[in-house]
Design a binder for this molecule. Structure first.
Ligand code: CUA
Length: 153
């Protein structure tokens, strides 16, 4: 008789977990940064939007700006960028060589940049200040020096 109770308990917890994951993914929008389109790592500099890294105002989209970054050992382009306070920004980034990280400290932006793929995340910069971007994937001898800065003003 106790087996039945445990069985129900087991299925119950499973359901609760699945519901939490479902709500988190679809309602709160907690989805991993997507690697959408493939890109030729050799042609990053000549492929839009990576031929012009930096902040661009866009019209008719769910976000106000697009912020493009190109990572290569051991730096990001741009090395410093200003973003208006409260702006909803789609961060679009890729790597020209090896796998790099892209974490903006103090924000929810944390992506992996894989050569050959474009990583994207949409975020709103609600707090003014300087947000250091660091590489959190070991990429070689200069890994610890690899950084950029988003300045929200
Ligand atoms: Cu780039 Cu570590």
């Amino acid at each position: 008789k106790f087996e039945k109770i445990w069985l129900i308990f087991g299925f119950g917890t499973l359901l609760v977990f699945l519901t939490i994951i479902g709500v988190s993914a679809f309602y709160l929008g907690n989805q991993p940064p997507s690697c959408l389109a493939p890109i030729d790592p050799e042609k990053v500099d000549t492929t839009a939007p990576f031929d012009e890294p930096g902040l661009k105002k866009v019209e008719g989209k769910d976000w106000d700006y697009e912020l493009v970054f190109v990572a290569s050992a051991f730096s990001y382009s741009p090395a410093h960028v200003e973003v208006p306070l409260g702006a909803k920004v789609k961060v679009i980034a890729t790597s020209k060589d090896v796998m790099h990280g892209f974490q903006a400290a103090g924000t929810n932006v944390n992506m992996m940049l894989e050569p050959g793929y474009i990583s994207e995340v949409v975020t709103t910069f609600k707090n003014p200040g300087e947000f250091l971007i660091v590489c959190n994937e070991y990429c070689g001898v200069g890994h610890h020096m690899m950084h950029s800065m988003i300045e929200v003003v």
